[in-house]
Design a protein. Structure first.
Length: 351
């Protein structure tokens, strides 16, 4: 690590509109601040007031790159640069974010401060200009830390000049003691459903698939309450699907249903998962939260390519194999051991 480890830290996470990405940023900020360092978080778009307040109460400055470009630039010119958490390397990333990140990364490296990609997911980048910008960013980095083997292979294929910098670590959501997951008591007959809708990336959900899993839980295990969690309330993401699913479940099963669409990490994300005995999810960080809580998790087929490498760590089944669900999860000790291993790997993002 360069001398920049003692400099102020700027975390460039993408955006906070997705609660999973905001959760990663909170875990990262807490990890980087534990030695007394100053941490600023720079999402591309302005976060909600509730989200800004959630970070602000812990002393973390939040600056929107798009809304406050000059302040964001000035803050980065004095800091080390930490990029990622979430699916950071992909073809859909904004050119504005890429240009800003390339510039501040180059300046930080020229000034002897640290620049690093941490805990990132990566998929193929087909756009010529995005490859140019990503290549410029990676040339300034000392390491490109990715959360799974598929991401590592994608980076090495698309950016061979930076392949020697690629390190397999873990998702920063696995960081130990930086996320409060015991925010409520488990409700023994509750199930969280968190769909993974992303029109831009072409990810969708089949409501009939989710309903089939809920029916198994109802008929075999007495599940009586469904908590539908929207990780992203924008119209092209989860919330409309969540509302439609609420109606479908109410029409199909004699259970109660509530939809959670709050903007805060604690109240909108962590607390609902802490209540659930079962989790049906198309969201990677829904799966990871479930693993850390040692809950029974089923992942949906629409997001299988993204979730499968992590589901295999914990022997979780897909929704297409719902009859294999066990409760309580019989592999609890194995899950705890796998989570502990991932917690060690997550620390390697900062080594």
């Amino acid at each position: 690590m360069t001398r920049s480890a003692r400099a102020p830290c700027c975390v460039l996470p993408g955006d906070f509109v997705n609660l999973g990405d905001a959760m990663l940023s909170l875990a990262t900020a807490r990890r980087m601040a534990q030695g007394g360092g100053r941490v600023a978080l720079l999402p591309y778009r302005r976060p909600s007031q509730a989200m800004s307040e959630e970070f602000g109460k812990e002393g973390f400055q939040v600056i929107s790159i798009r809304e406050q470009p000059l302040l964001a630039l000035m803050t980065c010119l004095r800091a080390s640069i930490w990029i990622g958490g979430g699916h950071a390397v992909r073809n859909e990333v904004s050119l504005g974010w890429l240009l800003f990140t390339a510039v501040v990364s180059w300046v930080a490296r020229r000034s002897g401060r640290n620049v690093r990609v941490i805990g990132a997911g990566a998929s193929s980048v087909g756009s010529r200009w995005r490859r140019v910008f990503f290549g410029a960013i990676f040339s300034s980095c000392d390491k490109l830390c990715v959360r799974d083997g598929t991401s590592a292979r994608s980076l090495r294929t698309d950016f061979p000049a930076a392949s020697h910098k690629v390190h397999l670590t873990a998702d920063v959501a696995f960081l130990k003691e930086h996320l409060e997951l015991d925010l409520g008591q488990e409700e023994p007959f509750s199930c969280v459903v968190s769909p993974g809708i992303d029109v831009v990336e072409g990810r969708a959900e089949d409501p009939r698939e989710i309903l089939s899993v809920l029916r198994v839980l109802f008929e075999r295990f007495g599940m009586r309450h469904v908590i539908v969690v929207s990780h992203d309330s924008r119209s092209e993401f989860d919330l409309p699907f969540c509302r439609a699913l609420e109606r479908l479940v109410q029409e199909s099963l004699p259970v109660t249903v509530e939809v959670m669409a709050r903007s805060g990490i604690e109240q909108g994300l962590l607390q609902p998962y802490a209540r659930a005995r079962w989790i049906i999810t198309g969201r990677l960080h829904g799966l990871i939260i479930g693993a850390k809580l040692c809950r029974s998790v089923v992942y949906t087929s629409g997001s299988a390519n993204k979730l499968r490498p992590f589901a295999e760590l914990f022997a979780y089944v897909s929704a297409t194999h719902a009859q294999q669900i066990e409760t309580p999860h019989l592999a609890g000790r194995a899950i705890a051991a796998a989570v502990a291993s991932q917690a060690i790997a997550a620390e390697l993002n900062f080594a």
